[in-house]
Structure formats: structure tokens, C-alpha cells
Write a protein that binds this ligand. Structure first.
Ligand code: SAM
Length: 268
């Protein structure tokens, strides 16, 4: 096992002289602190082998005043004294969100290798806008996998909203010869207990999803949150680069990833 040094250097991935950003990282991972819309323009072309991300859904209601609530009000049932930090970027209306999605998706695609896969988490409300944005940005939309959360609030006379979706595609043709095996189309994992992020994804779910990247590849998560994708990728032998704008989650995510990977080294 290599020592936990800052070996994933910014110089490797950012264009010369662009955006001196705060960042934290370890042997095979790094999280940049800042706004994805600006930072993705700074990556060298062809830097990433896959994009796996869970952007702010700007969802949580059908009317704009419902969507304008804080992320805790929309996505968490924790009492105010136990509430986790709110996060930025979740209050856009449908048109602004779709436009914003297409913009960063375009720049992210430019930073990816040809054939790189992309996976985007989303709920049912924003699903159509997300597939529009993906394609406007020049990605090929290839399908949808399902995250079955296994339980959710029952609704009288209605179906449970028990699933979220993983819209996936690629940057141009995706050769069948990539050294990646057959992957499932449905993932069944309950929401994490003891969450540290309001909309944290299960670690095992992300360990499964990152398998879409070819072994040892470099994965980008432009909305890193508490670093779940970054941790899952690093644990599975990938390189991982995250971006996170909310101060509290940049701190919390980098500490979480560092501690979890340190524990792994300690037990070996
Ligand atoms: C849905 S959460 C991701 C949660 C993550 N998957 C996890 O398991 O912890 C989206 C994250 O994107 C961040 N975010 C929102 N707008 C951003 C932007 N413009 N640039 C970078 N990060 C942003 C938010 O602060 C939030 O933490």
C-alpha cells in the first residue's frame, strides 16, 4: 500500500495556471472547493474516464414556492436541532435548472475521454429535464438504471415514491471491448443510517455504480457532497476527483474520505 500522500496533483488535471483552488486529497483522490460551473472549464481535455454524480435535484415539490424551501425542509425529516447543513444550488426553477445542467454537462464532457460513461442520479420530477440536458450537452443517452430505496412513505391511493433513477450515457461511441463486465439495472439499498449529508447516497450503491468505469480509471464527481462517490471510487481502486461548493460539505466530505481510507490502511 502506498503512503497517503497528495499524489493526485492538480497539475495533472487542471489547465496550466487556471483556478488556483483550495483542495484536499490523498493518494488517489482529491476534492476541489468551488463552483462546478467555473471549475469544470479548467480541466485538461481527456482527463476523466467516467463521470458519476448526484447533482442538486432542485426538486422537492411541484410548485416553485415548495422548491424554494431549504434542503432540510425538502429532503429531511430530522428535527431542527439534529438538522444537517443545508446545501447550495437547489432552488432553481425548471428552466434555469435545465439550462444550468446542460452548461456544466457540456464542459464536463470536454474534460472526458471519448467513450467515457456518465451516470446521473435524479428523481421522477426532474427526470425529463435531465435527459434533455444530457443530450443538449452532446452526450449519448443510453438508458436508465433504478435505485430501489426499498422503503418510503406510504401514500394512500397512490404508489410509493420508492425509487430514484440513474440516467446513464457516454461521450460518443462506447466500445463493447471496454474491460467492464455486465452490470445490474436495479440496485436495492436502503437510505444510509446516520447520514452526514442531507441527501447522502448509500456507500455500497456507489461502489456498485462506479464499476461502469474501466478498472483504475479516473472518475469525476462534480457534486461531491459528503464524498460518497469519491470514497467508493477510491476504495474500489479508481482515482477520484470531486468538486463541492458548500463550505460545510467540503470540510465534512474531505475529512470523511480521509478518515475512512486511513482506517483501511490502519487495519491492513
Ligand atoms: C445531492 S448532493 C450530493 C450528495 C452526495 N452524493 C453524497 O452522497 O454525499 C449535491 C451537492 O452538490 C453541491 N453543489 C451544489 N451546487 C454546486 C456547484 N455549483 N458546484 C459544486 N457543488 C455544488 C451541494 O453543496 C451538495 O452537497
Amino acid at each position: 500500500m502506498m503512503p497517503m500522500e497528495h499524489t493526485l496533483q492538480l497539475g495533472e488535471i487542471l489547465k496550466d495556471g487556471m483556478y488556483p483552488v483550495e483542495s484536499e486529497g490523498g493518494d488517489n483522490w482529491r476534492i476541489l472547493h468551488g463552483d462546478t460551473l467555473k471549475l469544470v472549464k479548467a480541466f485538461q481535455p481527456g482527463t476523466f474516464d467516467a463521470v458519476i454524480t448526484d447533482p442538486p435535484y432542485a426538486s422537492g415539490g411541484t410548485k416553485q414556492n415548495e422548491r424554494n424551501r431549504t434542503t432540510n425542509q425538502k429532503y429531511s425529516s430530522m428535527s431542527p436541532e439534529k438538522a444537517l447543513p443545508d446545501f447550495d444550488g437547489d432552488q432553481k426553477d425548471q428552466r434555469s435548472w435545465t439550462h444550468w445542467m446542460a452548461e456544466w454537462l457540456y464542459d464536463v464532457r470536454k474534460a472526458c475521454k471519448s467513450g467515457a460513461p456518465i451516470c446521473l442520479f435524479i428523481d421522477w420530477r426532474q427526470y425529463p429535464s435531465m435527459t434533455d440536458a444530457l443530450q443538449w450537452a452532446g452526450w449519448i443517452w443510453r438508458g436508465t438504471a433504478v435505485w430501489d430505496k426499498t422503503n418510503s412513505r406510504p401514500q394512500k391511493g397512490r404508489f410509493r415514491q420508492q425509487t430514484e433513477f440513474i440516467i446513464w450515457g457516454s461521450n460518443g461511441p462506447m466500445p463493447i471491448s471496454r474491460p467492464v463486465s455486465c452490470l445490474p439495472g436495479v440496485f436495492r439499498y436502503g437510505n444510509p443510517q446516520n447520514r452526514v449529508h442531507v441527501t447522502e447516497k448509500p456507500l455500497q450503491l456507489m461502489k456498485d455504480v462506479v464499476q461502469i468505469c474501466e478498472p483504475g480509471g479516473r472518475i469525476l464527481d462534480p457534486f461531491a457532497g459528503a464524498g460518497t462517490t469519491i470514497l467508493a471510487a477510491a476504495q474500489q481502486g479508481y482515482q477520484a476527483v470531486g468538486i463541492e461548493v458548500t463550505d460545510a460539505y467540503f470540510q465534512l466530505g474531505t475529512e470523511r474520505v480521509r478518515e475512512a481510507l486511513k482506517e483501511e490502511v490502519d487495519v491492513q
